[in-house]
Design a protein around this ligand. Structure first.
Ligand code: NAP
Length: 345
């Protein structure tokens, strides 16, 4: 396997930002995954596993270790169970499942990135999340140096979380994900955006209709990767939607009422209340299209910070901090950043 040196990472990310990887390897098989990780271990250099690069902010200084680009391909079908290589493009897999009339991921259409990234943050949108269809995850365990197969329960899925991005962060390299879909299942139409899209339809929308609707809604928000669209030079949502205590939510409701700006909040597990981060950001004084040098907020989605024209990671972080400070000052809520940070001290 070839180990390349000093390769710019900007082109590997949807943000288009980031300095060089000291070393970079492309792994197309499980054998190469093990080989590359041995190479890094023998030299004592840090390892970073790169998938689709859609949820990353890479430091301007780059990454002083080995970046392992996971390119494992292949989709095998066994009834309703799909074994999918971690390097497969996620949206292409969604298209394939929808075309085969298999339900369970139609609302996750148009999400950038690779299959291997989906269990890590339990990707979800429009009321669906991969945790509800993942049966098993195959991965290389960097601690035991063996390939393991983890059941759904062993993955520890929670809202936008799993053991892969929490308790066992950095321990596993996902090589394959097994999804159990529902042949001829009905599509999920739970969110307001989707309900509004289908209002007035005389016939029941199919899986393909729902996937197409999600794509068009995402496109309208600049959340579908389209070449040349400046609102797409981002890492998607830069902030997580915070889940707060009822007491904090009550303060937010009081503010909304007194300011005459209604807010829709949602009850989540553990009695917490989910508040749209986009609403908090707007109320803290940042509108869509806000700019700060070469960094900015998407003109179509308040949650997406964008690289307007040659922004550095430092500039993106400066804008993120400004937004966080303003939201915290107004609501006492500290927004969490969603993208993975690579190469920062
Ligand atoms: P949106 O549809 O404007 O929704 C804003 C917020 O309201 C989100 O927190 C969403 O929850 C919540 N919400 C809306 N309708 C709801 C309902 N019926 N029940 C419960 N909660 C509801 O959000 P957006 O920013 O344009 O994003 C569209 C979708 O893509 C959202 O589902 C969002 O979470 C998802 N997304 C996911 C990721 C990721 O997986 N990392 C990244 C970007 C966007 P939820 O967040 O729970 O859906």
């Amino acid at each position: 396997m070839k180990i390349l040196e000093n390769i710019s990472l900007a082109g590997y990310t949807t943000f288009g930002i980031g300095g060089p990887a000291r070393w970079l390897a492309d792994a197309a098989s499980e054998g190469q995954i093990a080989e590359a990780s041995d190479w890094a271990r023998e030299r004592g250099v840090p390892l970073f596993v790169l998938g689709g690069g859609s949820d990353l902010l890479v430091a301007d200084e780059g990454f002083a270790g080995l970046v392992l680009h996971v390119g494992l391909k292949g989709i095998e079908r066994d009834g309703e169970l799909f074994h999918v290589g971690a390097g497969e493009n996620w949206d292409e897999f969604v298209c394939r499942a929808v075309a085969l009339e298999c339900a369970g991921i139609e609302c996750l259409a148009g999400i950038p990135g690779t299959v291997g990234g989906t269990p890590v943050q339990n990707v979800g949108a429009y009321g669906q999340e991969v945790a509800s269809v993942i049966e098993r995850v195959r991965a290389f365990d960097l601690t035991t140096r063996e390939f393991v197969e983890l059941s759904n329960v062993e993955c520890g899925f929670k809202y936008r979380r799993s053991r892969f991005n929490s308790s066992d962060r950095g321990r596993f390299i996902v090589t394959r994900v097994d999804y159990r879909l529902r042949q001829n299942g009905v599509p999920q139409i739970a969110y307001q955006d989707l309900k509004a899209h289908f209002a007035g339809w005389a016939t029941a929308p199919t899986l393909a209709d729902v996937a197409a609707a999600v794509r068009s809604i995402r496109r309208s928000k600049g959340m579908l990767l389209v070449d040349g669209d400046p609102d797409c030079r981002s890492a998607g949502s830069f902030f997580k939607n915070p889940a707060v205590t009822e007491e904090v939510a009550e303060r937010v409701r009081e503010y909304a009422e007194s300011a005459g700006v209604p807010v829709r909040v949602f009850l989540v597990d553990d009695g917490l209340v989910k508040i749209p981060a986009a609403w908090l950001i707007e109320q803290a004084g940042f509108a869509k299209g806000y700019t700060m040098g070469a960094a900015g907020i998407s003109s179509r989605h308040t949650l997406a910070l964008i690289n307007r024209n040659g922004a550095t990671a430092k500039e993106i972080l400066a804008l993120a901090e400004k937004i966080r400070a303003a939201v915290e000052a107004r609501f006492g809520i500290r927004l969490e950043m969603e993208p993975m940070m690579v190469g920062f001290a």
